[in-house]
Ligand binder design. Structure first.
Ligand code: NAP
Length: 302
């Protein structure tokens, strides 16, 4: 029996992936979820509270005992209309939920990963200015300034753009974290696979729910099967939730072998591609600095 631990499996394309993983032979899926889930096993997890992440990791260790974890899927995420909100730990919410909490979870579960395990972090092509995705691209991946945007001397003053930048920067952090993990000392000897996965643009999920009206309504409408299928033919970055979710489950179950040295996977026209990520995301120095700074913010050694 193999064990998969996943965040963000309750809604959107993550729910599609979770359903497929759960239905696979000989796989135990442990979901971290804020609320009750209708099918399968879940353990309470609120990524907006680092203590909840610590409690979740402890509960997972208790449940798995001596069984190693074969795949860790860090898919949960949100986007907010601005950067005004702070978590109970005092960090900007988008950065804290999308990056910092997942970083802590990864660090806490890392010793319990099986040799040959897969770690997937869901990112977004919006981390890369070259994709011209329509959201303000990140200016940096400085963990301290992302955690406390009010301390950023060059911070974006327009609330909406600042919210977009917090999101795209958190997704840059996902790409950098996959890279840093892949370059950790014992990753090759443990044969760990670290991947940042961009599902493309997937309408109809819950992602727009915190954005101002009418965006959530438009997002939902564009995600109906009637519109999403024809739309996905118009642009290579548009994918349906089933396509994005099935690909995430393929990565989770080890059904895809990444090309050597690649840690960024992007779904384009329903097919998995392995492009270079953004210029910032290709910086080894930035990846290792983010790893170390994130460790300090969550109270762990590097
Ligand atoms: N849709 C797109 O176009 C797109 C594009 C690129 C990347 N992504 C990324 O893909 C991932 C999934 O997004 P989606 O579009 O499928 O959106 P979604 O339907 O809103 O799914 C988000 C998931 O994250 C969970 N979540 C949010 N905040 C949480 C918290 N504080 N604690 C625990 N879980 C939390 C949600 O749980 P609840 O059920 O409790 O709300 C849900 O399962 C995200 O990381 C998103 O950034 C999406």
């Amino acid at each position: 029996m193999s064990t998969v631990v996943m965040t963000g499996g309750t809604s959107g394309f993550g729910a599609v992936a979770a359903g497929r993983v759960r239905g696979s032979d000989d796989v135990r899926l442990i979901l971290g979820a804020r609320g009750p889930v209708s099918t399968g096993r879940s353990i309470p997890l609120d990524l907006a509270q680092l203590d909840s992440v610590r409690a979740f990791a402890a509960a997972v260790r208790e449940e798995t005992g001596d069984d190693p974890i074969d795949a860790l899927v860090l898919n949960a995420g949100l986007i907010r209309p601005d950067v005004a909100d702070r978590t109970v730990d005092g960090f900007e919410t988008t950065f804290a939920v999308n990056h910092l909490a997942h970083y802590l979870l990864l660090r806490l579960l890392l010793p319990g990963l099986a040799d040959g395990a897969t770690v997937v972090l869901t990112t977004s092509g919006t981390h890369d200015p070259a994709t011209k995705a329509g959201l303000a691209p990140p200016r940096h991946a400085d963990a301290d300034l992302l955690a406390h945007p009010d301390r950023d001397p060059d911070g974006e003053t327009r609330a909406r753009k600042a919210g977009q930048q917090a999101y795209t920067a958190s997704k840059l952090c996902a790409v950098l974290t996959a890279r840093a993990l892949s370059e950790r000392e014992n990753t090759p000897s443990r044969r760990l696979t670290a991947l940042a996965y961009c599902p493309g643009q997937v309408f109809g999920t819950g992602l727009a729910e915190n954005l101002p009206f009418p965006l959530p309504v438009v997002w939902s409408l564009l995600g109906t099967p009637f519109l999403s299928r024809p739309l996905s033919r118009l642009s290579p970055t548009l994918n349906t939730a089933p396509s994005a979710g099935n690909t995430l489950s393929d990565l989770t179950l080890g059904l895809v072998t990444p090309p050597a040295g690649r840690t960024y996977a992007a779904l384009r026209r329903g097919r998995l591609t392995w492009p270079d990520p953004s210029d910032l995301a290709r910086s080894a120095e930035l990846a290792h600095k983010l790893w170390a700074d994130s460790a300090r913010l969550v109270g762990l050694p590097d």
